[in-house]
Design a protein around this ligand. Sequence first.
Ligand SMILES: NC(=O)c1ccc[n+]([C@@H]2O[C@H](COP(=O)([O-])OP(=O)(O)OC[C@H]3O[C@@H](n4cnc5c(N)ncnc54)[C@H](OP(=O)(O)O)[C@@H]3O)[C@@H](O)[C@H]2O)c1
Length: 251
Amino acid sequence: MPSALVTGASSGIGLEISRVLAPMVDRLVVTGRQVEALRDLEQELGDIVEVEVIVADLSTESGVDSLIGGAGDVDLLVNNAGYGLYGRLVDQDPDGVLGIVDVNVRALTRLGHHYAAKMKASGEGRILNVASIAAFQPGPGLAVYCASKAYVLSLSRAMSAELRGSGVTVTALCPGYVETGFQSTSGMRLTGVEIWSSLPASSVAKKAVRAMMRGRREVIPGVVNWFIPVFARILPIRLQLMIVKASLMLR
Ligand SMILES: NC(=O)c1ccc[n+]([C@@H]2O[C@H](COP(=O)([O-])OP(=O)(O)OC[C@H]3O[C@@H](n4cnc5c(N)ncnc54)[C@H](OP(=O)(O)O)[C@@H]3O)[C@@H](O)[C@H]2O)c1
């Protein structure tokens, strides 16, 4: 039975992915900053799997170091921790927006690099990187967040090609709207069509784990969301910017 590491396991999609993975592994390392939520998860899953809690702030180099040091080798990596901040970039606190880059980009890359190398040496492994449908177009109102997810998708696609034939697969998960802690952290509430098209985190988690275990390159849960990459390919950028700006900036 393999072992797994899930970042951002204290809430939302990462919490649900941990629940789906629990019966499939014999060691589950869960991480985040909210120690109580992680302890609750440990208690909930402790009867079916050995759960290890590591409290780490992934916006810092030392937090990522302590996670890698504490988790040891794993067969499955779920690079899920991430957040966004809603608003015009020029109005935002620079440390706040750079924190998005530190967590969504820097920590994810460091963990992906570290574990992909280990997995390649052992001849097998699975990596799931949580991107977003926000990866497919620029997002006025969530500029740094959308850019960070475009990075995650691009990195995941390239890594999956580089690792082909090695026994290691890299899957990018691109969810649409999911009601989680994301909305309160980002300050972006969901409106009509977004609530209608949103999926529960539990359903996204099931689809994500299935795709990761099958070694798929990418997965977009929810049929409505399949149109996003199509529009991103056919619509001129000017039009995409107008549409996204109108839908995001009017709140
Ligand atoms: N919700 C959506 O609509 C949606 C759509 C597409 C993609 N996503 C992506 O899905 C992933 C999970 O987000 P979610 O929707 O489940 O939101 P969430 O409920 O707010 O969960 C975010 C997770 O990331 C962790 N995290 C954030 N900053 C961290 C830091 N500095 N150090 C360590 N962990 C940190 C949080 O843990 P602590 O608070 O314990 O630190 C939490 O467990 C994110 O990458 C997000 O961008 C979400």
